[in-house]
Design a protein around this ligand. Structure first.
Ligand SMILES: [Zn+2]
Length: 93
């Protein structure tokens, strides 16, 4: 097992807003090169995968979204929030 500073990754997670390197399933570092998307509602869920964030927003925050954007469809609301998250993620880099 190579020990490429995997023990410090988790501690730095909060400050650097990066996930621990998933070298086992992402050997080419594709995920690590993507901007990290952070859920603005709970601040706990982080993923570089847009589709996963989409699912998270629906599964965990659809009632909140309905409240925040009354009159809009849930799909549109998720699309809108996802856009804001992506814009923020790009600024951080
Ligand atoms: Zn969330």
């Amino acid at each position: 097992m190579p020990s490429n500073n995997s023990d410090t990754d988790i501690n730095e997670d909060k400050e650097k807003s990066e996930l621990p390197a998933n070298t086992k399933n992402d050997r080419d570092g594709v995920l690590a090169s993507l901007p990290l998307l952070i859920c603005p509602f709970c601040d706990k869920y982080k993923t570089p995968i847009e589709f996963d964030m989409d699912l998270h927003l629906y599964e965990e925050h659809r009632y909140r979204l309905r409240k925040e954007f009354p009159g809009f469809s849930i799909v549109y609301s998720i699309e809108y929030v996802l856009g804001l998250i992506k814009a923020g993620a790009r600024r951080r880099r």
